[in-house]
Design a protein around this ligand. Structure first.
Ligand code: EPS
Length: 390
């Protein structure tokens, strides 16, 4: 079983991740991890913080001579901004400087302050910050590497920012969508993870206007996989259902508010006979002509790609301010602005890709073993042979 924990504050010394359950003999290099860390930092609409950080994976344990050993993998990512915050974020005794007393609507500040009995809400926001997702990207990248050993790919991308949406990805393979995204990015000279050039231009205008207004934007991301083997996850117990585990992972990403698999909420528009993916068999293979289920039936992969969409709310640190209450004085005030992103949906899409990869890899290892990659490959080969005969 893959388990991971992260630690670290947004402006503290750095972020750590411990990932347990990664099989041995998987090739992982620092360069490989750094590639995905830098991908997460990109994205049109990010704020000034990303000009300070250059995320860099320091491998602490679990990897030797470029391969995993089977021991827990631990990676540290230093926060470069800590140098500017070390007098504010320190562990030694003292009185907090510049207390943060005005909870931002939409952020963890309000509930977190009451829950942990903190009046300096910096103690809440530092940990609630989406900076934490850098650590998750390390876990995700390692899981993506496991999946790639079995020719399984996962892609997270954007289909909507601020209400401007595209369906130009419809029925396309991962490779085609990646190539459309690359084309858009070379034309706009920026990173949107979005596959439609005409709409991308509109999105960029929108982001620029929203920046001027001092506001923020959310959007919708989509995650798709290549075809998966039948039978990852299980119906036999609630916590083995792959869709449930993916939904939990997606909603655990900062700012995500909803998820749909396949036809999602539009299932309600149809009768059963119109929407379920009928099963066919030809030339020794079962197949479907549609994938409304989004690749999962009964909590298990059904052989089709997993397809999901998820919504990200607009960032809650809003420059123009929102009404709130000073928790010390109880006075009605507008929120104060320090610094933030205006739109982080492209990064959110990558993080969604990562957490989905973690859940699929977990279900994969549950089925095929998780000690040595070579043994897992043998088990997988045998399973594919078995499926052919079924
Ligand atoms: C974040 C606020 C911003 C973002 C941060 C998440 O940071 P700061 O307050 O330092 O300007 O840039 O995201 C990251 C630092 C990152 O690496 O993704 C928040 O409040 O969630």
């Amino acid at each position: 079983m893959i388990r991971y924990l992260t630690a670290g504050e947004s402006h503290g010394k750095g972020l750590s991740v411990i990932i347990d359950g990664i099989p041995s003999n998987l090739e992982i290099s620092k360069e490989y991890l750094d590639f995905y860390l830098s991908e997460r930092q990109k994205g049109y609409g990010r704020g000034k913080r990303q000009q300070i950080e250059k995320d860099d994976a320091e491998i602490i344990s679990g990897i030797r001579y470029g391969k995993t050993t089977g021991a827990p993998v631990c990676v540290f990512i230093k926060n470069k901004d800590y140098e500017n915050w070390k007098d504010i974020i320190k562990s030694e005794k003292g009185e907090p400087e510049n207390e943060f007393n005005i909870p931002r609507p939409g952020h963890a500040d309000f509930a977190g302050g009451i829950k942990y009995n903190q009046y300096d809400l910096r103690n809440i926001l530092e940990r609630a910050s989406a900076r934490e997702t850098a650590a998750r990207v390390v876990a995700g990248a390692i899981c993506k590497k496991i999946l790639s050993e079995f020719d399984i790919d996962v892609l997270g991308y954007v289909i909507n920012i601020g209400g401007i949406s595209t369906d130009s990805d419809k029925n396309l393979t991962i490779e085609k969508i990646k190539s459309k995204i690359n084309q858009v990015e070379s034309k706009i000279n920026g990173d949107l993870r979005f596959p439609d050039f005409e709409k991308a231009k509109k999105i960029i205008n929108l982001i620029e206007n929203v920046k001027k207004e001092g506001d923020t934007l959310g959007g919708i991301v989509k995650v798709i996989t290549s075809k998966l083997p039948v039978g990852l996850g299980s119906y036999v117990q609630w916590d083995k259902k792959l869709d449930a585990n993916i939904a939990k992972a997606i909603l655990s990403i900062q700012a995500f508010k909803g998820i749909e698999f396949g036809a999602g909420f539009s299932y309600s528009h149809y009768k059963g006979s119109q929407i379920h993916d009928e099963i066919y068999y030809s030339k020794g293979k079962f197949f479907r002509k549609t994938n409304n289920a989004g690749g999962i039936e009964g909590g298990m992969t059904n052989g089709e790609p997993i397809i999901l969409t998820a919504v990200v709310k607009p960032i809650s640190t809003v420059l123009k301010g929102l009404y709130s209450v000073n928790i010390r004085t109880k006075q009605k005030v507008k929120t104060k602005y320090e610094r933030s992103d205006f739109c982080a949906v492209p990064s959110a899409a990558l993080i969604a890709e990562m957490v989905v990869a973690i859940e699929i890899a977990n279900a994969f290892l549950e089925k095929f073993g998780n000690d040595d990659l070579g043994a897992i490959k043998e088990n997988y080969k045998n399973y594919l042979k078995y499926i052919k005969k079924y």
